[in-house]
Design a protein around this ligand. Structure first.
Ligand SMILES: [Fe+2]
Ligand SMILES: [Fe+2]
Length: 465
């Protein structure tokens, strides 16, 4: 049917945003499909048809659809698409590689143009700086325009360094934090929970960990001076998914585990704040109330019909030890679920290394020592060993003093030389620089305690570019 035959349709801004979110997700899905299937495959064809239909529907009420991309964010006009920015990392990576920072869809767009555009977008040319506009013209695509950062423009010549990736991840971490905060307050206000927000956060952390990006674990170093439950939940999820990935769990299981880990403490919204934040020891009565939170979490999650049951199990069991110590007390004496055993380890580790109202943060090494030596029976011994090995002798997130007295943040362990991790330092010009101690005359002299300084060293070192 010719384009012009469609009448203009009125649509509210909210409807537009819903439609745009769908379009971005389809753009991402089609791009993924094209990696797996040829262009004529039904899976690819159906996706492209849906994508075109949705863009078409949008353009019936608006003259133009413009999507903007930064390193880690997707915008529709002035609206940041939070969930899509988190869940469409592959699309962001493609746009970054091709230096595309804006895509405009114009009325008159055909399905063939959408297909040809996706092929160009997915073309794995090594020449990221190639002329995409010329390629569009050559493919006779006249209803899609792209704006690219040209060499010389701000940011265009900036290499995609691990440092910039840390910064982009940190922005996404903040988005995830905001998103999870919204989910928690929806639960608190007994509103429907936006589970797609949780899915987006899980997708973000799983896809980054699966791609081998160690900066995700380094991000958990930012926990040191914050006791907010959302920070804790995201850190527990990152560490648990990283552990499960080391164990070789498949992607689907990583998603299920990540979801459970992210929501394990949601029941704390029903525990009075005075108890959660009480400095010092809880009274026996307060402790009884606090111990209700796994059951509260399970009850909240049971109201989400699409949630995998493992999330409920993790929520219920995350304070039950491998030796069946802890709470809630169960009548069945079977060991906790594998996911619960993983979350229990990362939950304890994050709890110990975070600043809480009742204790100063442990150093990462102190926390591991405590878990290994003081209460080893409470953890699955194999998983704990793997967790310790994966964090290394100087766990990611540790602030260390180097042999030249410079402070550095451990950002990645070095499997071949555990004493010489990769670190981030701030050089004399105030810029952050990654140093692989394996190839450097420098070595680690001492681990610093975050409690010894007024400054949040981890945050300062991580965020300096
Ligand atoms: Fe908990
Ligand atoms: Fe927790």
């Amino acid at each position: 049917m010719p384009w012009q035959k469609y009448k203009e349709v009125r649509m509210s801004t909210e409807d537009h945003i819903v439609l745009v979110k769908k379009i971005v997700s389809l753009l991402m899905a089609c791009s993924k499909n094209l990696f797996l299937y040829p262009i004529g495959h039904p899976q690819t064809r159906n996706g492209i048809e849906q994508l075109w239909q949705n863009i078409f529907a949008f353009l019936r009420s608006r003259p133009l659809l413009v999507l903007s991309f930064s390193d880690c964010e997707i915008f529709f006009e002035h609206d940041l698409l939070v969930d899509e920015s988190l869940s469409c990392q592959a699309l962001l990576d493609i746009c970054a590689a091709k230096r595309i920072n804006r895509i405009s869809f114009l009325p008159g767009l055909t399905q063939n143009e959408v297909a040809a555009f996706l092929v160009l977008l997915n073309k794995s040319d090594s020449d990221g700086a190639g002329d995409f506009t010329a390629a569009l013209a050559e493919a006779e695509i006249s209803h899609i325009e792209v704006k690219r950062l040209l060499p010389g423009q701000a940011g265009a010549d900036k290499p995609h360094s691990p440092g910039s990736s840390v910064k982009a991840h940190q922005q996404q971490y903040d988005m995830a934090l905001t998103g999870l905060g919204e989910v928690f307050s929806q639960a608190q206000n007994e509103q429907p929970i936006a589970i797609e927000r949780v899915d987006a956060i899980v997708e973000w952390l799983v896809s980054n960990i699966v791609s081998g990006d160690s900066t995700m674990v380094a991000l958990t170093a930012l926990r040191q001076h914050d006791e907010y439950t959302c920070h804790h939940s995201i850190n527990v999820a990152i560490l648990a998914v990283a552990l499960a990935h080391k164990l070789g769990l498949d992607r689907q299981r990583l998603v299920w585990l990540g979801t459970g880990a992210l929501l394990h403490d949601i029941g704390k919204i029903n525990i009075p704040k005075e108890i959660i934040n009480k400095p010092g020891r809880l009274t026996a009565d307060e402790w009884q109330i606090m111990k209700r939170h796994p059951v509260e979490s399970t009850q909240i999650l049971s109201g989400l019909p699409t949630l995998e049951s493992s999330a409920l199990i993790v929520a219920f069991e995350h304070h039950i030890g491998y030796d069946l110590s802890g709470y809630p007390v169960r009548s069945q004496q079977r060991p906790p679920h594998l996911f619960s055993r993983m979350v229990q380890i990362t939950d304890t580790y994050d709890g110990l290394t975070s600043k809480r109202s009742y204790h100063a943060p442990y150093l990462p090494t102190e926390a591991l020592h405590y878990m290994l030596c003081v209460m080893p029976q409470a953890f699955d011994p194999i998983l704990l060993k793997l967790f310790v090995l994966s964090l290394g002798i100087y766990p990611v997130g540790s602030v260390v003093k180097l042999s030249n007295d410079q402070l550095a943040l451990v950002v990645e362990e070095n499997q071949n030389d555990l004493l010489r991790p990769q670190v981030k330092i701030v050089d004399d010009s105030g810029r952050g620089r990654l140093v692989d101690l394996a190839g450097s005359p420098l070595s680690v002299k001492q681990i610093m305690s975050p409690a010894d300084t007024e400054v949040d060293l981890a945050k300062e070192l991580l965020t300096t570019s």
